[in-house]
Design a protein around this ligand. Structure first.
Ligand SMILES: NC(=O)c1ccc[n+]([C@@H]2O[C@H](COP(=O)([O-])OP(=O)(O)OC[C@H]3O[C@@H](n4cnc5c(N)ncnc54)[C@H](O)[C@@H]3O)[C@@H](O)[C@H]2O)c1
Length: 307
């Protein structure tokens, strides 16, 4: 019988764990839980006999992967996987996977939650504005965007997108107008929602000259990564354009300057909340179990992230 270790310093919700166990056990797998462990060495000790591991933000270091002598697959229940030492996984012949898309709707709903909050001035009692009829620019067209575009249509927004790696035909088929450049996206849209990954190409790419192209009443929503923002340029935009609002699920390093100078023109979640819903939590855990079972039974490695 193969053993799946669920190693979560910050555990899944109980209801998620129960469903994950049920799915695995019905298929003849043994499930072992390591929750709220105190030390990284506890994780290293727990992996000796398992065939598969499911983690959340837990650190799958070289030490963990070297200690897991039977391990064939490790799945990060979530989108990011920079907490897995991919080189060590490959060296040990271990398949590393993520579960892309499982928290996308949760992130998309937060985008609109923040946009409505800002449009109504943080519910301060003063007249606000409506989202209907406004132009929303989607910067990158990945998993989260599928839901952003769908919800935007419900709000009656016109949706534009820029992603050099996705075909214009696909965007058009989904009711989205593709644009030819980032500059065109920012100069066209009053609202821009960021969905780019942090890569060498995108880090610090959202700068003053780009933001300053946005129309009056500009709003930038960031549920992606703080690294993609050029913070000096962002502060310059805040100084120069009192009409501009910045809404983010990832507070910038310069958040204290916002608190001192730009009250009312920004909103930051107190911690990263995009994927923090009961549903996303359950979806990602269940996807991880299903991917492991599928991998053992059919060899399917669709979501493999290491070479
Ligand atoms: N706030 C949260 O809790 C939370 C949760 C999930 C994802 N995220 C972040 O949201 C972002 C989007 O996630 P996703 O699941 O949709 O990612 P995804 O991998 O499905 O899509 C990323 C998209 O970015 C595009 N892209 C890459 N480089 C680009 C560039 N230079 N210009 C334009 N487009 C480019 C790719 O073609 C792809 O379509 C990521 O940064 C992710 O880390 C945040």
């Amino acid at each position: 019988m193969k053993t799946i270790l669920i190693a979560t310093q910050k555990p899944f919700a109980k209801v998620a764990v129960n469903q994950m166990k049920q799915i695995a056990e019905e298929k003849g797998y043994n499930v072992v839980l390591l929750e709220k462990y105190a030390e990284q060495t506890d994780f290293e000790k727990a992996v000796t006999d398992c065939d598969a591991i499911i983690i959340r933000s837990d650190l799958a270091t070289k030490a963990v992967l070297d200690a897991a002598k039977n391990l064939k697959i490790i799945v990060r229940a979530g989108a990011g996987y920079d907490n897995i030492d991919l080189a060590a996984a490959t060296a040990n012949n271990i398949v590393a996977m993520n579960t892309p898309g499982q928290n996308s709707n949760a992130v998309a709903e937060l985008v609109f939650g923040m946009m409505v909050f800002a449009a109504r001035n943080g519910y301060d009692g003063k007249d606000g504005i409506e989202l209907r009829g406004k132009k929303l620019g989607i910067h990158a067209y990945g998993n989260v965007v599928r839901y952003v575009a769908e919800i935007a249509r419900g709000f009656g927004m016109a949706v534009y997108a820029f992603d050099p790696y996705v075909s214009k035909e696909k965007m058009q088929a989904e009711g989205v107008t593709p644009v030819n450049s980032i500059e065109e996206l920012y100069s066209t849209c009053q609202y821009v929602s960021l969905h780019i990954p942090a890569t060498s190409e995108t880090k610090k790419s959202i700068n003053f000259s780009l933001l300053n192209k946005m129309p009056q009443g500009a709003v930038l929503v960031n549920t992606a990564r703080k690294e993609v923002i050029d913070e000096d340029g962002l502060l310059q935009m805040m100084e120069n354009r009192s009409d501009f609002k910045y809404l983010s699920d990832i507070a910038p390093d310069c958040a204290h300057v916002f608190a001192e100078k730009f009250e009312g023109n920004y909103f930051f979640t107190p911690k990263k909340l995009g994927a923090q819903t009961a549903e996303a939590n359950i979806n990602a855990g269940i996807a991880a179990v299903n991917q492991i079972i599928d991998f053992f039974e059919t060899g399917n490695a669709t979501y493999k992230v290491n070479k």
